[in-house]
Design a protein around this ligand. Structure first.
Ligand SMILES: NC(=O)c1ccc[n+]([C@@H]2O[C@H](COP(=O)([O-])OP(=O)(O)OC[C@H]3O[C@@H](n4cnc5c(N)ncnc54)[C@H](OP(=O)(O)O)[C@@H]3O)[C@@H](O)[C@H]2O)c1
Length: 286
């Protein structure tokens, strides 16, 4: 009898989870959508640009390298984007975030999605005490996100738009070799988690989606972890599509791949075993 009750409870929980995780995304909702994607010259940002393009969105892409952006924008037009423009910007420069948003709003006549994805390069190594690098990375990976959000919010309020923040499992759980990067991702979780509450309490029709990603097979990530770990990396194009769907369906927090959800859920249950597992999953000789 007890066994049956347990099976029943498990089935109910599974059914609720399957219902809440069902795919409610409607591709048509992105046709003509006005989208700004940052860090779109390579990696996940580039893949997001291609997906938005194939859904018929109007896109502005930004990063530092103009020649690369030009090629990505051309491919977006081939894939079906209603509009695809690019604007070079360096997010370590404190005036560029506002300039980029201004360009996007003027070129598109408004904004539906602000997709914050860019990151500055940071070494995969034990922290060497370099505080200046952390300060610089905070500007690129964190403060520029806030500057763009601040500039875009009035426009997003007009359209009932969305802010999509690309974060990481490393914004939820501490691991070695990534101190400065992790600091910026934890900051994003804290700030944008607060903003979610405040927008809801002010009854503003703007949503914030925080995407928690695991290891993704972009060139920069693969180069960094080479020799340190043999962890499986997931495809950038799938991660990009997951982020777009999460934003379009106005989810609060979204996880890709699924292990990041369970990792976040069970993070603090067995801290000793967790830390042992993390430290032993890297190749390192002091
Ligand atoms: N790949 C992973 O394993 C992984 C895991 C978890 C989370 N994520 C998150 O996913 C997002 C994308 O990661 P990714 O692996 O696709 O990164 P990536 O391939 O290294 O791309 C980074 C992008 O940011 C741009 N960028 C770099 N410095 C910049 C600056 N100072 N100003 C403006 N743009 C700058 C780069 O273009 P330019 O060089 O042309 O400027 C590039 O377009 C990040 O938020 C990352 O934290 C990635």
């Amino acid at each position: 009898m007890r066994f049956r009750a347990k099976i029943l409870a498990l089935s109910v929980v599974t059914a609720i989870m399957a219902y809440s995780w069902r795919d409610t995304f409607v591709a048509e909702s992105l046709r003509g959508a006005k989208v700004l994607v940052t860090g779109a010259s390579t990696g996940i940002g580039e893949q997001m640009a291609y997906h938005y393009a194939s859904f018929g969105a109007q896109i502005i892409i930004t990063a530092r390298r103009e020649n690369v952006l030009k090629k990505v924008a051309e491919k977006c037009l081939e894939l079906g984007a209603q509009k695809a423009l690019y604007v070079p910007g360096d997010m370590s420069n404190t005036t560029d975030p506002e300039k980029v948003v201004k360009f996007a709003v003027e070129a598109l006549g408004g904004l539906d999605y602000l997709v914050l994805n860019h990151i500055g390069p940071s070494p995969f190594a034990m922290w060497d005490g370099d505080v200046e690098h952390v300060r610089w990375l905070m500007q690129v990976n964190f403060l520029s996100y806030l500057q763009m959000t601040s500039s875009a919010l009035p426009h997003l309020e007009k359209t009932g738009g969305s802010i999509v923040v690309v974060s990481s499992m490393l914004g939820k759980m501490c691991t070695p070799f990534v101190g400065p990067y992790t600091a910026t991702k934890f900051s994003l979780s804290g700030f944008f988690g607060t903003l979610q509450h405040e927008l809801a309490m002010q009854r503003k029709n703007v949503t914030v989606t925080i995407c928690v990603l695991g290891l993704i097979d972009t060139q920069s990530a693969m180069d960094k972890i080479k020799g340190y770990t043999s962890m499986k990396a997931y495809p950038a194009t799938d991660a990009a599509l997951h982020i777009i769907k999460a934003g379009a369906t106005r989810q609060r927090e979204s996880f890709y791949p699924l292990y990041t959800y369970f990792g976040s859920l069970f993070r603090d249950w067995f801290p000793f075993l967790r830390d042992l597992f993390i430290q032993n999953s890297y190749n390192y000789e002091p």
